[in-house]
Design a binder for this molecule. Sequence first.
Ligand SMILES: C[S@@+](CC[C@H](N)C(=O)[O-])C[C@H]1O[C@@H](n2cnc3c(N)ncnc32)[C@H](O)[C@@H]1O
Length: 266
Amino acid sequence: MHCIITTAINSPHSAFEFGSALAEQLGTKFVVRKGKSLETIKTEYNVDVIILITQKGLTAHTPAGDLFFHLSMADLRIKNLINGKHDHMIAAMDLQPGMSLLDCTLGLGSDAIVASYFTGCNGNVVGLEGSPVIALITAEGLKNFATETDDLCQALRRITVINTDYLNYLKALPDHSFDVVYFDPMFRRPVDSSSHIKPLRFLADNRPLTPEAVREALRVAKHRVVVKETRGSQVFAELGINKTIGGKYSSIQYGVVDVGSETWSD
Ligand SMILES: C[S@@+](CC[C@H](N)C(=O)[O-])C[C@H]1O[C@@H](n2cnc3c(N)ncnc32)[C@H](O)[C@@H]1O
């Protein structure tokens, strides 16, 4: 995948400086727009992805549609938590205020935001994302997105984003570095063609989770490793995970492996 960064038409000069800095960070080119259409720029520079700097933030134009940062269900899930309702992910992680979470598959950060809100200002949420473009869009969104409340804003701002492959990162971490390690891989969603998933899938690392990664995660976790999957998925059995948590009518289930558990073997 080839990509460049440009601005919306008629952007202020400050957007040029910002664009150049982002391009350097991403190891790509910043292109001055000069009133050209995005299609013209794509052809001229032979790229399939353009990251556009707009007043509202960054948008990645991909052949599969536009990807930009948004809260997705995080907003509603946090409102539910405030109202004392149950969140299956929080329950599966057995997360408590002040805990640390390594989210190995950050994506646009919706799950990480809920976890960051719940763990609070004494907690620590680190998100790993293998796609440089997704990592950039999420990092900028978490840094700048305007939220309704200050608590939600702080939850976004507290998350650390690292553009890396989770297996390499896990292998380099000491034992028991995080309370919980979490995976929400793309792999299970080949049939999900909803419009917001398409550009994510185009940019994402679509490889499946392996027993090796779960083994590393169990070494790095102090408390548990959690894997999000579709209900009835073979992946739980393939990974040797036999404890799952999820709503009775939910299409999603969370596989749970406790550290030191005798039940997990790959
Ligand atoms: C289904 S999305 C995660 C969605 C996220 N839980 C949320 O709430 O927005 C999976 C993400 O994990 C990333 N990913 C997949 N394999 C990875 C790997 N080996 N290292 C780092 N990130 C990876 C993909 O690029 C994708 O962005």
